[in-house]
Design a protein around this ligand. Structure first.
Ligand SMILES: Nc1nc2c(c(=O)[nH]1)N[C@H]1C(S)=C(S)[C@@H](COP(=O)(O)OP(=O)(O)OC[C@H]3O[C@@H](n4cnc5c(=O)[nH]c(N)nc54)[C@H](O)[C@@H]3O)O[C@H]1N2
Ligand SMILES: Nc1nc2c(c(=O)[nH]1)N[C@H]1C(S)=C(S)[C@@H](COP(=O)(O)OP(=O)(O)OC[C@H]3O[C@@H](n4cnc5c(=O)[nH]c(N)nc54)[C@H](O)[C@@H]3O)O[C@H]1N2
Ligand code: SF4
Ligand SMILES: [Mo]
Length: 873
């Protein structure tokens, strides 16, 4: 037996999405990890998606912030912590508690979150702590609280499997919650009579398993669900346990369903499914939440489930899926500016007093703090003078991102805690604090079905990095509160939190995990995944099935929803830009960007645009589009596809100043928010689009990091180096000099020029090994990326300058299966040449799709595209 395999696997939880998959991680003793799905974890039963499977490739010290920095100079922890405590204390003394703010994240562990919240709301005495969950879950929280009296997700993952119909609206589950999608797909395969409906203006990969896709007009969900409500079968549950039916029905009866733009055939099919199926789960996510009427959309959905009594029983219920690994934990712990811990309410004096007494808090916040968008406005106009940003990258992913970046840059004192040194936000900090990341810290997270699981430490911290909870506590101690922040480890923090939840439980809160109050280190170490609540009163399970809600009269409330459609696009900005995620990247890619295989699926920022729009605008495939509005500008690669509706293009959100400065789409998103939840409308920026007049396009690879200076560029990690796509409106005077400067090379390159075609190829070699290569053309560069990229990792083949593989090396094309590195061309050859006409046949012959399954929708699409072509011939 070798040493690696003799090490025991450690049970932990994935770093990424809200599915919260259990992971078995085996440290190799040299800083590496072997990753497998935990067969015993109830979220995933052993499955992982490609991001989870690649976790081992994202740990280590590359790019990490290894020591504290003050004004770009390395500092000791004592210097940095003293300075942070001093500046916050001075600012509070001079300008009051509301002159400081914390902007935190649903990727913090519960223990980190608890400490941040306690410090701000109980000791500093302000509620100016808000979280990126404001951009993510706030409308769901508001909708839940209005309908149920508390922010509680009623159901469990198994309800998706037990349902006879699953409606997914504003959710691209296949890419964003892949393991939950796989569970649903498996249930559908076992029971093909189960109906799946996808409601999304885009035809996403999720539609692959759908019986029905409703490509509704963007923003018209409340019209659709009101219409559904007006034709819903009413249940005795509703008569007994729900108030507000008449008002909600009256409002629902007024809608004109034609505003959804859906044809009546589709609507009739949808209605039939809804009317004839009792066991229905409605899953919703950012296509609902991220809207200036997101809360009302949530309530329009909840209304339908309350009217029909389809809630809190097996196989039925509304199901808001959370995005970040601890988005749910953050809601429980009171991370939002208008909440206290354990679902207690900041505006409720009894709740406030209970928390104040429990904490022995000297300065309990009395009123809600600023919500994310307003918080950065307060930073901009100087009301907030000291800001601490933890575990989030607002200079990229807040709406009006350029304005937010300017506000941060203009703030008197900015502290950023991050794992990485060079994020767009970290670059704006006065003090940079190195945080431990996934695999280096201990704590808990709560997933979308309210299951609390441990994340466990697997590796030593990178450099001097420290855990977020500890950094926060160390600052609190220095601000004068040693007793309240004197924990020895995260187990003590969790134990205190669980004890507070008992107090909340006594006040009637549903969030009560007091069974774990005062847990000791051994108990914390051994903690198994569990569903809350866990108290003497109640253990786990679904909520609301018995019809008891957290309202004064115990009834759920239906709301009269008046749908608000997006304002018509102004003539000058005729397109509505939809934004969201891609399969293999996580947000600003600080971690997923490190794994070469995750960059091969989609390696640059793009604009999916309908063929009619593309023709009208003169946008050719693979060229560049300039997208603009008064807030900002972006340049994106054109991807012509009828998956999107005319007038409603889509762009991914992942690129940053570090990875593709012209691809920061939030520069285009205005700071328009939902009046109830404060959640911004991130899916509908009004923009103008035109071709970007590029005079040259280029593709480059290099063994060393390089950062181009041109109008458009986007880079991605390769095995043994990196690649960049580039383009410019102005021609460099001398390409050789330009390339030498770009790659930091002093030697002369080998140059091959084709004057007739206007192409240029430059290669820098050292001792037979490829250092860098640049391929320039007047149109989008057509060459085998995978072939050139492979030359970096291995011997430089003589065919490199041709940019195409030799006869013995077929070109893989764009990567489809990231687990086994199978490209689109290999798959197409398998389909056309070997007759592999099912996903299973492709898996058996080529291995593609046979591991994590994330690419199975794409495999199916390739098969059906081939079948269509054959049928048309
Ligand atoms: N691969 C990957 N997975 C992730 C993440 C990631 O970065 N990468 N991030 C995680 C996080 S934090 C979150 S919040 C979740 C988000 O998960 P999702 O919400 O599923 O993802 P999005 O791509 O933001 O948007 C979902 C869909 O909403 C659609 N949409 C836009 N406008 C409308 C509309 O008016 N009505 C309807 N019905 N649909 C509309 C979009 O076309 C899009 O397909 O994903 C999580 N999982
Ligand atoms: N246009 C548009 N914009 C969006 C969205 C959209 O759909 N469209 N979605 C919104 C949503 S739902 C979300 S959730 C946000 C996400 O937006 P962000 O949270 O801002 O994005 P991330 O890239 O995940 O930023 C997390 C940062 O924390 C760092 N980090 C990771 N682990 C740790 C840790 O343990 N401690 C510390 N201190 N740092 C750590 C990472 O390196 C990274 O820099 O984006 C929002 N913005
Ligand atoms: S679905 Fe993928 S990203 Fe989400 S928790 Fe599971 S393995 Fe991680
Ligand atoms: Mo999110």
């Amino acid at each position: 037996m070798n040493i690696a395999s003799s090490r025991p696997a450690i049970r932990t939880t994935c770093a990424y999405c809200g599915v919260g998959c259990g992971v078995l991680a085996t440290p190799d003793g040299a800083g590496g990890l072997t990753i497998a799905g935990d067969p015993e974890h109830p979220a995933n039963f052993g499955r992982l998606c490609v991001k989870g499977a690649a976790l081992g490739e994202t740990v280590g010290t590359k790019g990490r912030l290894l020591a504290p920095r003050i004004q770009d100079r390395e500092a000791t922890w004592d210097q940095a912590l003293d300075l942070v405590a001093q500046r916050f204390s001075e600012t509070i003394a001079a300008h009051g508690p509301d002159s400081v703010g914390f902007y935190v994240s649903g990727q913090m562990l519960t223990e980190d979150y608890y400490v941040a919240n306690k410090l701000m709301k109980g000791f500093i005495g302000s509620a100016n702590i808000d979280t990126n969950s404001r951009l993510c879950m706030a409308s769901s929280v508001a909708g839940h609280r209005r309908a149920f009296g508390t922010d509680t997700v009623p159901g469990l993952y198994e309800d998706l499997e037990l349902a006879d119909a699953v409606i997914l609206t504003g959710s691209n589950l296949a890419w964003c919650h892949p393991v939950l999608y796989q569970r649903l797909a498996a249930a559908k395969a076992a029971r093909p009579e189960m109906r799946i409906v996808v409601i999304d203006p885009r035809r996403t990969a999720t539609c692959d398993i759908a019986d029905l896709h409703l490509p509704l007009a963007p923003g018209s969900d409340a019209v659709l669900f009101n219409w559904l409500l007006s034709l819903s079968p009413l249940s005795p549950f509703c008569a007994e346990h729900v108030s507000g039916l008449d008002e909600a029905m009256a409002a629902a009866g007024q809608v004109d369903v034609r505003e959804t733009g859906l044809d009546f055939g589709l609507l009739r099919q949808f209605l039939a499914i809804w009317q004839q199926t009792d066991k229905v789960v409605t899953v919703y996510s950012q296509g609902i939440n991220q809207s200036d009427s997101g809360s009302d959309k949530v309530n329009a959905i909840l209304n339908c489930h309350l009217a029909t009594g389809r809630i809190g029983r097996p196989g039925m219920g509304p199901f808001s899926v959370t995005g970040q690994p601890n988005a749910m934990g953050g809601r429980e712990v009171g991370g939002l500016a208008n909440m206290l811990a354990c679902h207690l309410e900041l505006e409720n004096p009894t709740h406030r007093a209970a928390v104040r007494d429990f904490w022995a808090a000297p300065g309990m916040a009395e009123r809600p703090g600023l919500k994310a968008v307003d918080m950065f406005r307060a930073v901009e106009d100087g009301r907030i003078k000291a800001l601490w940003i933890i575990c989030t990258n607002p200079a990229v992913l807040m709406p009006e991102a350029d304005r937010v970046a300017r506000a941060i840059a203009g703030c008197d004192f900015v502290v950023v805690s991050d794992m990485f040194a060079t994020t767009d936000t970290a670059r704006l900090a006065h003090v940079l604090l190195p945080a431990t990341g996934w695999g280096e810290k201990d704590g808990t997270v709560t997933n979308s079905e309210r299951r609390i699981s441990r994340q466990r430490r697997l590796l030593p911290p990178a450099g001097q990095a420290r855990d977020d909870w500890r950094i926060l506590a160390d600052v609190a101690v220095r601000m004068g509160w040693p007793d309240a922040f004197g924990w020895q480890g995260p187990a003590e923090v969790f134990g205190e939190y669980a004890a507070l939840s008992g107090v909340a439980g006594d006040l009637g809160s549903d969030f009560d995990i007091s069974a774990h109050a005062g847990i000791d280190a051994a108990g914390y170490e051994a903690l198994q995944p569990f569903l809350w609540p866990q108290s003497a009163r109640r253990q786990g399970g679904r909520f609301f099935g018995a019809g008891r809600f957290h309202t004064p009269d115990g009834k759920a409330r239906m709301l009269a929803v008046q749908p608000r459609l997006p304002e018509p696009a102004p003539d000058a900005l005729p397109f509505r830009l939809n934004t969201g995620r891609i399969r293999d990247q996580w947000h600003t890619m600080t971690r997923t960007g490190l794994a070469p295989r995750l960059s091969r699926h989609l390696a640059e920022p793009f604009l999916e645009i309908h063929p009619e729009d593309a023709v009208r605008l003169g946008l050719a495939p693979a060229t560049l589009a300039e997208v603009e509005n008064p807030a900002g500008r972006a340049i994106l690669r054109v991807l012509v596809t009828d998956r999107v509706r005319p007038g409603h293009p889509f762009a991914p959100m992942h690129w940053t100043g570090e990875t593709g400065p012209s691809g920061r789409v939030d520069a285009l998103v205005p700071g328009l928010t939902d009046p109830v939840s404060g959640q911004p409308a991130l899916k509908s920026a009004a923009v103008a689009i035109r071709p970007f007049a590029a005079r040259w396009f280029a593709y480059a690879v290099a063994a060393q990091d390089f950062r181009p200076d041109c109008d458009y560029w986007a880079r991605a990690t390769l095995p043994g180096g990196m690649q960049t796509e580039m383009a410019g409106a102005a021609m460099p005077g001398d390409w050789v000099q330009w390339a030498q400067a770009l790659f930091g090379q002093s030697e002369a390159p080998i140059v091959v020029q084709d004057a007739r075609r206007g192409t240029l190829r430059l290669v820098f070699l050292r001792q037979g090994r490829l250092q860098a290569a640049l391929f320039v053309a007047p149109e989008p560069v057509g060459l085998s990326r995978s072939h050139v990229a492979a030359a970096l990792a291995g011997e430089c083949a003589p065919t490199l300058l041709a940019g195409q593989p030799g006869g013995d090396q077929p070109d893989e094309g764009a990567l489809v299966c990231a687990c086994f590195g199978v490209g689109v061309n290999t798959i197409l050859r398998g389909i056309a040449g070997q007759g592999l006409m099912t996903v299973e046949a492709i898996g058996a012959a080529l291995r593609a799709g046979s591991n994590c399954g994330s690419c199975r929708p794409e495999l199916r699409a390739l098969i059906s595209a081939h079948a269509c072509r054959v049928a048309a011939e």
